[in-house]
Design a protein around this ligand. Structure first.
Ligand SMILES: Nc1ncnc2c1ncn2[C@@H]1O[C@H](COP(=O)(O)OP(=O)(O)OP(=O)(O)O)[C@@H](O)[C@H]1O
Ligand SMILES: [Mg+2]
Ligand SMILES: [Zn+2]
Length: 154
């Protein structure tokens, strides 16, 4: 007999479930959403849950909140297969996969300290996004960020 393995935390009436987060990235998702120990957000986090489709995953459930486009784009940068489920009246009212944008602006800090986007000039950072293993190429100095993108998030 096979048992249906699904996370059972208390159901939420309205809010957002971020599902299929790359295992190990839940805390970074919370950081992107600005949820810290001192915020009053009602959330549940499941880490390293087994998933039929992707082996293991993290899941974040947030009550009474829908995400902004910029937050979803940042989540895509650290977990390109995450899905965003909008919960209304205890049911899934909408579902979409995060999508990597072709360009990210004012979202990531260039790792080159001499880049014009890191000076006092009124120039905001802008990167071209390459898929596969995600690579961000600065349009100003051509610096490429491949690792620790989360550390560079603005
Ligand atoms: N009312 C709710 N409260 C909390 N979590 C919920 C609620 N409704 C659904 N979820 C969670 O939202 C996610 C998506 O729900 P859904 O029923 O679409 O699952 P699914 O069919 O496995 O989706 P998928 O095909 O995207 O994996 C699951 O992680 C589920 O546990
Ligand atoms: Mg599922
Ligand atoms: Zn740069």
């Amino acid at each position: 007999m096979t048992l249906k393995k699904e996370v059972r935390v208390h159901p939420i009436r309205d809010g957002t479930v971020i599902d299929h987060i790359k295992a190990g990235q839940a805390m970074n998702v919370l950081r992107i959403l600005g949820i810290t120990g001192s915020s009053s957000a009602v959330i549940s986090v499941a880490m390293n849950v087994s998933s039929q489709d992707i082996g293991s995953k993290d899941v974040v459930k947030i009550e009474n909140r829908e995400l902004m486009e910029k937050e979803v784009d940042k989540i895509a940068l650290i977990s390109p297969n995450a899905t965003i489920n909008i919960i209304r009246e205890f049911g899934v009212a909408g579902k979409h996969r995060v999508e990597l944008p072709e360009m990210v602006e004012s979202m990531v800090r260039c790792a080159n300290p001499n880049c014009i986007s890191n000076t006092n000039e009124p120039v905001s950072s802008k990167f071209e996004v390459k898929k596969g293993p995600i690579r961000l190429r600065c349009i100003y100095c051509e610096h490429v960020i491949t690792e620790n993108i989360v550390e560079q998030l603005l």
